[in-house]
Design a protein around this ligand. Structure first.
Ligand code: MN3
Length: 200
């Protein structure tokens, strides 16, 4: 079974004015699609073809003979996770278990936003900012290129793509403005709650 590009969970213009339809079109139909196509070409006819994306990511991480497979498999997974990390009229503050965990481990929502933004802006070059669950605690991390929490043995709860292709058309070089907008207007806290509930 070949890997497939998942449909977006909302229309391409649904995140406007924060992320333009044009950015979503390039990002989903070209960038995300390219990772799917590359991955299928790389695993064609090998046992990897029948593995799940998650298995493939864990199995190929730090295997220098499988760098291409890892990078493309992880980027397929990361982008699907990123689309689900956002929703129209998202952002604001979480409630329930997520709010409690953020208060406990991040010092509250304002501190969380500051730390997440610092991680996202501080990631040199291409990569991702994450909220993860690790050993029963929430942590904020950043990873380079395609690396993700799955590879590191952590559970991903939320991500923001900080590769330039994620924001350049709308924000040019202003990554801090893009990340601030992500936090204020786009975060899908329901998705974070779903991911957190699976860790218990
Ligand atoms: Mn991207």
């Amino acid at each position: 079974m070949a890997f497939e590009l998942p449909a977006l969970p909302y229309p391409k213009n649904a995140l406007e004015p924060h992320i333009s339809e044009r950015t979503m079109d390039f990002h989903h139909s070209r960038h995300h699609q390219a990772y799917v196509t590359n991955l299928n070409n790389l695993v064609k006819g090998s046992p990897a073809e029948s593995q799940s994306l998650e298995e493939l990511i864990k199995a190929t991480y730090r295997d220098t003979s499988k760098t291409g497979v890892f990078n493309n498999a992880a980027q397929v997974w990361n982008h699907t996770f990123f689309w689900n990390s956002m929703k129209p009229r998202g952002g604001g503050s979480p409630s329930g278990q997520v709010a409690q965990a953020i208060d406990r481990d991040c010092g509250g929502i304002d501190k969380f936003k500051e730390q997440f933004k610092a991680a996202a802006v501080g990631q040199f070059g291409s990569g991702w900012a994450w909220l993860v669950a690790d050993g029963g605690k929430l942590k904020i991390t950043a990873t380079p290129n395609a690396v993700n929490p799955l590879a590191e043995g952590q559970t991903a709860l939320l991500t923001c793509d900080v590769w330039e292709h994620a924001y350049y058309l709308d924000y040019q070089n202003r990554r801090p403005d893009f990340v601030q907008t992500f936090l204020d207007h786009l975060v899908n806290w329901d998705f974070v709650a779903q991911n957190l509930s699976k860790t218990r």
